[in-house]
Design a binder for this molecule. Structure first.
Ligand SMILES: Nc1ncnc2c1ncn2[C@@H]1O[C@H](COP(=O)(O)OP(=O)(O)OP(=O)(O)O)[C@@H](O)[C@H]1O
Length: 285
């Protein structure tokens, strides 16, 4: 059996509250993404999706749990729930970044406004010691082509690009380091529906071509349905349901998943039914 791209076991995270207490954002979440696979993480606002995504890429330190990429454990600072020291610096930090890359919702914030698309990609290759000189130029051309950015866009800065084009550039920058896992945190949420569709098709193509595993974090079940093999549903920090995406969407087993599906407006949609279903769920603590 091939080694999974990503194995997450017992991930747990609490945050301090102003009153001195703590809130549990992620409660013992586990999942596996096979090599070249794709997992959607869905749930309403506050369910803990972003905290999971941020723990995967070292932006948030878990209280407990393990994260393993292609058989190598990369959990920062915890072992059996106890701190193990800071996340590595310098070369170690870059090595970890090459394992998992992330694309955020708002590309304008994550891109340097002073750099053209071409300069941005050259910078990523330089930072990670990937390709030099002519080989770097060839690789940048390849990346631009892979995400569908043309000659004009290559020389444009972020403010000269549309939201969709910026997101293409953010994806190309993430791919520049040839990560084993690509995390997309609400990466199409800010885009028009038709542009969303283009980016989703692009991601499916990239997964086919490069074999990169995808973790797709979204509040939008339709989006997850288009790009993922498996889906994990989160509620109040916990995984309440997981399985093949088609099964989870067509025959949800958990009442919360059924509620999420019933909340999507469609022909003949009855919002009152959604409110009624919410009333039947176990109440918020
Ligand atoms: N830095 C923080 N300090 C305190 N509480 C936090 C912090 N970040 C997140 N939380 C809390 O942790 C819980 C999970 O938040 P998280 O952002 O992971 O959820 P989410 O599902 O991604 O929601 P959204 O889609 O709105 O971003 C929420 O109750 C949130 O208020």
């Amino acid at each position: 059996m091939t080694t999974p791209a990503l194995v997450v076991e017992g991930l747990y995270k609490t945050y301090a509250l102003p009153d001195g207490g703590r809130t549990t954002a992620v409660d013992t979440v586990s999942f596996t993404v096979p090599a070249g696979g794709s997992l959607g993480i869905v749930g309403e606002s506050g369910s803990g999706k972003t905290t999971v995504a941020r723990m995967l890429v070292d932006l948030v330190r878990p209280d407990a749990g393990t994260i393993t990429v292609n058989g190598r454990e990369r959990t920062p600072g915890v072992r059996g729930g106890r701190p193990r020291g800071p996340v590595g610096r310098g070369a170690e930090r870059l090595r970890r970044a090459r394992e998992i890359q992330i694309v955020f919702q708002d590309p304008y914030v994550s891109l340097d406004p002073r750099l053209s698309a071409r300069q941005c990609l050259h910078g990523a290759l330089r930072l990670h010691g990937r390709h030099q000189g002519r080989a770097a130029t060839t690789r940048v051309d390849e990346l631009l082509d892979q995400v569908g950015l043309g000659k004009r866009e290559a020389e444009a800065r972020p403010r000269g690009l549309s939201g969709g084009q910026c997101q293409r550039l953010a994806i190309a920058r993430a791919l520049a380091v040839e990560p084993e896992v690509l995390v997309l945190d609400e990466a199409v949420a800010a885009l028009d529906v038709s542009i969303q569709a283009q980016i989703l098709l692009l991601l499916a193509e990239i997964r086919r071509e490069t074999g990169v595993a995808l973790v797709f974090v979204s509040h939008d079940l339709a989006v997850v349905g288009h790009v993922t093999d498996d889906t994990l549903v989160m509620r109040r920090g916990r995984a309440v349901e997981t399985g093949p995406t088609a099964r989870v969407l067509d025959a949800p087993e958990d009442p919360y998943t059924r509620l999420l599906l019933s909340s999507v407006p469609r022909e003949g949609w009855d919002p009152a039914e959604t409110v009624r279903m919410r009333g039947q769920l176990t109440p918020e603590p």
